[in-house]
Design a protein around this ligand. Structure first.
Ligand SMILES: CC(C)(COP(=O)(O)OP(=O)(O)OC[C@H]1O[C@@H](n2cnc3c(N)ncnc32)[C@H](O)[C@@H]1OP(=O)(O)O)[C@@H](O)C(=O)NCCC(=O)NCCS
Length: 206
């Protein structure tokens, strides 16, 4: 993979890349979704797109649901689910192995500006703690910039240490905490990077 300004962890190896969602990785996506389900994802309190995917599609057996899911996911660029804005979905992959996904919302509505942010992501449980999320976000930032977004709002739960580090490693500048969400602005091009933007801050619990 190409090194980026966040730096690639030495443990991120292989040919990891951001790709458009594809049926080619269907079998691997199904395996990954079962990993998410095994860690309890997909309940009604799981507001993430992975939660939606599990509830609406993955309860079906086999890989047949993947085709329907991808068809819907592709529509989200222009026709998103209720309450969401248009978004681009990208997958983080190593060859035919699905590692995770990142969703880029094209603009903020009131709720997204408050707690949801521009970007959401997941790495499958078996691929965690190898630098993938940090590298995936770094790889996605030029795509965000291409949408005309100079600074992306990314939020995480105050006790989500891993996600907070991913944001900070990518230059996230802390703004405030709203409810249980920490809000950071991440510059999408090096020119927008503020000095010291990635520093931890007292409001974060680790
Ligand atoms: C958050 C998540 C995306 C991180 O993915 P990842 O690929 O494991 O992250 P990275 O390997 O890039 O790790 C980033 C940092 O977090 C640390 N980290 C990762 N998992 C951690 C954990 N469970 N506890 C503490 N630190 C952790 C890593 O050591 C690394 O720190 P370092 O840079 O100081 O070494 C992944 O855990 C996940 O998908 N979680 C569930 C969904 C989620 O929380 N999404 C984000 C919503 S805001």
């Amino acid at each position: 993979m190409r090194l980026n300004r966040a730096g690639a962890s030495p443990s991120v190896v292989g040919m990891t890349e951001l790709i458009a969602p594809t049926e080619r990785l269907a079998a691997s996506l199904v395996e990954a979704v079962h990993e998410f389900m095994d860690e309890g994802r997909g309940g009604h309190d799981d507001e993430s797109l992975t939660g939606y995917l599990i509830r609406r599609f993955a309860a079906r057996a086999g890989v047949d649901w993947v085709h329907d899911y991808l068809a819907e996911e592709r529509r989200w660029v222009t026709d998103p689910p209720p309450g969401l804005v248009p978004m681009t979905m990208l997958w983080w992959a190593d060859g035919d192995t699905y590692l995770g996904r990142i969703s880029i919302r094209h603009h903020l509505n009131e709720r997204l500006r408050d707690v949801g942010g521009h970007i959401g992501y997941d790495i499958r449980p078996s691929a965690r703690r190898r630098g993938h999320a940090t590298a995936m976000l770094a790889a996605a930032l030029p795509r965000v910039a291409a949408l005309g977004i100079d600074k992306a709002l990314i939020t995480c739960d105050f006790d989500n240490v891993a996600s907070r580090k991913v944001i900070q490693r990518n230059g996230g500048v802390y703004e405030d905490q709203r409810g249980k969400k920490l809000r950071y602005w991440v510059p999408t091009t090096p020119a927008n990077t503020a000095e010291g933007g990635g520093r931890p801050n007292a409001a974060c619990r680790s």
